[in-house]
Ligand binder design. Structure first.
Ligand SMILES: [Mg+2]
Length: 177
């Protein structure tokens, strides 16, 4: 039961682009911590796509602080962030909450003013909830086809199903908070 609460998304959206300044404002959020891989771009996108740049610019223009956190290595994160120029952490070892807490300290945001965006329940949602942050979950842009990833998705399925059930069957754009 305890773990179930930690894994359930607080909100699901169809894409990172749906997390607009007005949605963040409706959540009372002034700071965003975002995953990179499969949330903002595929593993194959070494550079951030122009749509991501536009989205980050729109958030910054609305006064929202943004920190990127990735379990991926420093080179990947630095290159991806080279045009975004966000605060960023690599090798963060989610579901550890350590660097999410560090990111909030950087942005001087309280957990209730912060939202986490990611694509995985077992790493992203769990890390967010350990840090006391709400988790917005989007479908992975392009899943790795490895057995390990398929196994992780299979573990997540019951929680996504339960979330959909609690939210009237439509998991998209539903806010349970
Ligand atoms: Mg990811």
């Amino acid at each position: 039961m305890f773990l179930e609460k930690k894994l359930m998304p607080d909100m699901t959206l169809g894409s990172y682009r749906d997390l607009t300044p007005s949605v963040l404002s409706s959540l009372g959020a002034t700071a965003l911590i975002s995953d990179i891989d499969n949330t903002l771009a595929t593993y194959d996108d070494l550079d951030s796509p122009p749509e991501v740049e536009e989205w980050i610019a729109s958030l910054k223009a609305a006064g929202i602080s943004v920190t990127l956190v990735s379990n991926n290595g420093r080179r990947r994160v630095e290159r991806f962030n080279s045009t975004l120029l966000c605060n960023a952490y690599s090798n963060v070892k989610k579901p550890s909450a350590k660097y999410l807490i560090a990111a909030m300290a950087d942005m001087q945001s309280a957990p209730e003013e912060t939202v986490f965006l990611g694509d995985q329940l077992l790493t992203d949602a769990l890390a967010a909830h350990r840090a006391g942050i709400r988790a917005v979950i989007v479908p992975p842009i392009k899943d790795k086809k490895s057995l390990f990833f398929r196994f992780k998705r299979a573990l997540e399925r019951p929680y996504m199903k339960k979330y959909k059930k609690l939210n009237g069957g439509d998991a998209e754009k539903e806010n349970i908070k």
